[in-house]
Design a protein around this ligand. Structure first.
Ligand SMILES: NC(=O)c1ccc[n+]([C@@H]2O[C@H](COP(=O)([O-])OP(=O)(O)OC[C@H]3O[C@@H](n4cnc5c(N)ncnc54)[C@H](O)[C@@H]3O)[C@@H](O)[C@H]2O)c1
Length: 251
């Protein structure tokens, strides 16, 4: 098993990509701490992992809340004696809202979950990982973190910021054994995609390009790349941003 004896914290683990990461990592032997705001769905994922023979603790965590995030990181150390992998995966959409229509509330919400959340968790995880000799941080960015036409204004800005944060962590902490990489999913079939309530202006701008989006990918296909980034096979990969988008970013 590729993560035997390791522990991982995964945010946004109650659904979609985070749920698939949890199941995949547990199958490979990792002990998990799973954080999400959705208690009902989170409990189901914990039960699922345990049923499949894995180990997981579920915590209701808003990734924007510094105290809750600190408790989540500490819990991994208390439970498993170490923290090897942090997946900053929780994220929210902006419903394709063009910049002139972005409210202060929407800006703060999307930047809070998608940027401040990963910052808070990485800030607490890094000293633990450095003290134990290394670790891996995996940020779920987006194709919208690499191009301007894959989301609304604030989602695009937030995922570009997350890509920048990924490269900065990689550069500063690589020498201390912590690798930090990002995944840039394209259109993946999850609750996020199905709950999208598109802004009319954003939707009109988007619509002519729909036929160019490759068929939806599966959450499992993103989790497989996260597993690669979490384990020894990717020991020399640091600061990478890996599209998992069926080729969407090629045009
Ligand atoms: N689905 C896609 O097409 C797609 C494409 C590119 C990037 N992504 C990114 O993938 C990640 C996972 O998204 P998904 O598609 O699995 O969506 P999802 O909606 O199925 O899952 C997101 C999870 O994050 C949780 N969450 C939201 N706000 C939170 C907060 N403040 N604190 C803790 N948890 C919170 C939700 O409760 C949910 O369980 C996100 O960062 C998203 O931006 C998704």
């Amino acid at each position: 098993m590729r993560l035997e004896g390791k522990s991982a914290v995964i945010t946004g683990a109650a659904s979609g990509i985070g749920r698939s990461m949890a199941r995949r990592f547990a199958q490979e032997g990792a002990g998990l701490v799973l954080g999400d705001v959705d208690r009902g769905r989170l409990d189901k994922v914990v039960a699922e992992v345990v049923e499949e023979g894995g180990r997981a603790v579920g915590l209701v965590v808003d990734v924007c809340d510094p105290e809750a995030v600190e408790a989540m990181i500490q819990r991994a150390v208390e439970e498993y004696g170490r923290l090897d992998v942090l997946c900053n995966n929780a994220g929210v959409l902006d419903n394709l809202t063009p910049l002139a229509d972005v409210s202060d509330e929407l800006w703060d919400k999307v930047m809070g979950v998608n940027v401040k959340g990963p910052f808070l968790a990485a800030r607490k995880a890094l000293p633990v990982m450095i003290a134990q000799g290394g670790g891996a941080i995996i940020n779920t960015a987006s194709a919208a973190g690499l191009a301007g036409g894959r989301g609304g204004a604030v989602y695009t800005a937030s995922k570009h910021a997350l890509v920048g944060m990924t490269r900065s962590i990689a550069w500063y902490y690589g020498p201390q054994g912590v690798r930090c990489n990002a995944i840039a999913p394209g259109a993946i079939q999850t609750r996020m995609a199905s709950t999208l309530v598109p802004h009319m202006g954003g939707f009109e701008r988007y619509q002519p390009h729909f036929s160019q989006i490759p068929p939806h990918g599966k959450a499992q296909e993103v989790a497989d790349v996260a597993l690669f980034l979490a384990c020894q096979e990717s020991a020399y990969v640091n600061g990478a941003v890996i599209p998992v988008d069926g080729g969407w970013l090629t045009f």
